[in-house]
Design a binder for this molecule. Structure first.
Ligand SMILES: [Zn+2]
Length: 304
């Protein structure tokens, strides 16, 4: 059973001037339900992070500022959203969902969070639309509770996961792999365990060659018992922020390769969304939906 984390709290009405397309989340779910890739049985509503869970990864000072809505104007601007209690609440659910997805992945092989991948959140501050670092919190919880012992983060968002790299810098049990646009945000990158910097306009062939050259080796060397996969679609040529040149088919082939690697090696894989900023929301929604369709085909032999 493909378990997919989603709840109405994922939809948050941001003012029109924000360029972050929150509307993709309900659209992805609606489409997957309408076409039969998912039924309501697949969906689950996550719980929210406790304060103790937040503090496995974030500093008490940062959490206090979030809780009391006392981030400075500059700190809020770095995140990119007007900070509200609802936004903090939303982040607590989404980050806990990523942890629950990891547990479902252990049970069923794969699981999805219809949000998450907030890889620009650091221990002591947020930036780039990221408040809590869901994958790092989930990783720390799995390790602390003995539910995983070696974790591989495969971050294929076009933006480098500087928050992941920073938080996990001194955690040898978590290997952070990021493949991203070299000339893109964040302009001051934090070293991951493995970074692949891609030049502008990297196309399907060059992109897939890099991935095929690196991921199987990483899995063989590090033998993870959990993979977090950030399947962002801001690698598309149509993306307004991405600067790479992947087609929708290339993006699908990327997902297929990652999912097959996990399946072949029998490593649970929890998939989080990350970015996607194409002018036409259809490009974003379709490319994300492909990840779910592939999961049903590859893991549950459902031909759609
Ligand atoms: Zn991104």
């Amino acid at each position: 059973m493909l378990k997919v984390a989603y709840s109405p709290i994922y939809v948050y009405q941001v003012p029109e001037r924000h360029r972050f397309p929150m509307q993709k989340y309900p659209l992805i779910v609606q489409r997957l339900l309408a076409e039969g890739t998912l039924s309501s049985e697949n969906l689950f509503a996550p719980d929210k992070l406790t304060e103790a869970e937040i503090l496995t990864t974030h500093t008490p000072e940062y959490w206090h500022k979030l809780k009391t809505q006392t981030l400075s104007r500059k700190e809020a601007r770095a995140i990119g959203f007007e900070m509200t209690p609802q936004l903090v609440e939303r982040g607590r659910y989404i980050a806990h969902a990523t942890y629950e997805c990891a547990l479902y992945a252990k049970q069923y092989g794969i699981s999805f969070n219809v949000a998450g991948g907030t890889h620009h959140a650091f221990a002591d501050h947020g930036e780039g639309f990221c408040v809590f670092n869901d994958v790092c919190i989930a990783s720390n919880l799995l390790l602390a509770r003995g539910e995983a012992s070696k974790i591989l983060i495969v971050d294929l968002d076009v933006h480098q996961g500087n928050g992941n790299a920073s938080i996990m810098a001194n955690e040898p049990r978590v290997f952070v792999f990021s493949m991203h646009g070299e000339k893109n945000y964040p302009f001051r990158k934090v070293d991951s365990d493995l970074d692949i910097n891609l030049p502008n306009d990297t196309d399907d062939v060059a992109y897939l060659a890099q991935l095929q050259d690196s991921l199987p080796q990483l899995i063989a060397q590090h033998q993870p018992d959990m993979i977090f996969y950030q399947s962002a679609v801001d690698v598309l040529a149509t993306d307004k922020l991405g600067k790479l040149a992947l087609t929708r088919e290339g993006c699908r082939a990327r997902d297929e390769f990652v999912l097959q690697q996990a399946k072949r090696n029998q490593i649970p894989i929890a998939v989080v969304m990350g970015g996607g900023y194409s002018e036409d929301i259809e490009d974003v929604v379709e490319a994300h939906c492909n990840s779910y369709r592939l999961a049903q085909q590859l893991f549950f032999s459902r031909d759609l």
